[in-house]
Design a protein around this ligand. Structure first.
Ligand SMILES: Cc1cc2nc3c(=O)[nH]c(=O)nc-3n(C[C@H](O)[C@H](O)[C@H](O)COP(=O)(O)O)c2cc1C
Length: 263
């Protein structure tokens, strides 16, 4: 499976087969962490932690996650760069997991930090903010079905509500060079499926913004930008991210995040 297929097929997995990762799967995930990277700076630490389900200890996810003993733990800083990097970089691991036949679920709210923290020390300025189970998916539990239904996980906003061309009035033309990368961005996961990412295509530049949906909107936008950039890299049409001082202001409340300048 390639990364485009992974972006199209991935969904959050909340019910697992209870068997835990094999040694090879664990190694593949550690390698995915080691290879993940970000151009946005900030401070992020990604770890893996195994809880032995047979010992009966289940870290609390308020019933949301079933049958998973292996988790990723994410510690990061409170600044915008760290949040952008956390989204952009950990989503690479999420996609790599899917390519390896493994499900994950970003969890920012429905977990009890102290259950996961045992013995963990984080670099200064970082703290545990996100966890994600990782493992082989099993049939969805009733709780998982309810969780998906409640936030409308299946749905995404239409392209022309998210992405704009040349000004904030026109939709992205079908044959625009960035169309496919933005289509993949649209499919990305976000907290409560809020999809706060917005973008304006202007010539060879794409300006990215975060709509103020929640305190995770910058992190969510980082996840979306990861999908955008993975598509660019897959197509062999790379570019660079930079801060453009005179980027158009966007719509009310939007926060300018970064600009992609195509080669
Ligand atoms: C940053 C972030 C935080 C999330 N936090 C939670 C959470 O606390 N509990 C949960 O059940 N799902 C959580 N999710 C999963 C989202 O609800 C899910 O990604 C969204 O509904 C889209 O569904 P999909 O991932 O299946 O495409 C989170 C997702 C993201 C990206």
């Amino acid at each position: 499976m390639n990364v485009i297929e992974a972006m199209k097929e991935r969904r959050s997995v909340r019910t697992y087969d209870g068997r835990g990762l094999t040694e090879n799967q664990r190694k593949a995930m550690l390698q995915a962490i080691a290879e993940s990277n970000s151009p946005f700076g900030g401070h992020l630490t990604i770890r893996m932690k195994k809880f032995n389900l047979k010992d009966g200890y289940k870290p609390t996810t308020y019933g949301m996650i079933k049958g998973a003993g292996d988790f990723f733990l994410l510690g990061y800083g409170n600044d915008d760069a760290s949040m952008l990097t956390a989204g952009y970089q950990f989503e690479q691991v999420v996609l790599k997991a899917w390519e390896n036949g493994l499900g994950t679920c970003w969890i920012a709210a429905t977990f009890k930090g102290t259950d996961f923290e045992t013995g963990e020390m984080w670099p200064e300025g970082e703290e545990l903010k996100i966890v994600s189970p990782v493992g082989v998916a099993a049939k969805k539990s009733m709780m998982e079905k309810i969780a998906r239904f409640t936030v409308g996980s299946q749905k995404r906003k239409p392209m022309d509500e998210l992405f704009f061309f040349e000004d904030f009035k026109h939709a992205i033309p079908e044959d625009n060079r960035f169309r496919e990368a933005l289509e993949m961005m649209r499919l990305a996961p976000s907290s409560t499926n809020s999809q706060p990412w917005r973008a304006l295509v202007a010539g060879n530049k794409v300006h990215f913004y975060a709509a103020p949906k929640s305190k995770l909107c910058i992190l969510d936008t980082g996840i979306g930008i990861c999908h955008f950039h993975e598509t660019e890299k897959y197509k062999g049409t790379n570019g660079e991210f930079m801060h453009v001082a005179d980027a158009p202001g966007g719509q009310e409340g939007w926060q300018y995040v970064t600009t992609y300048v195509a080669e």
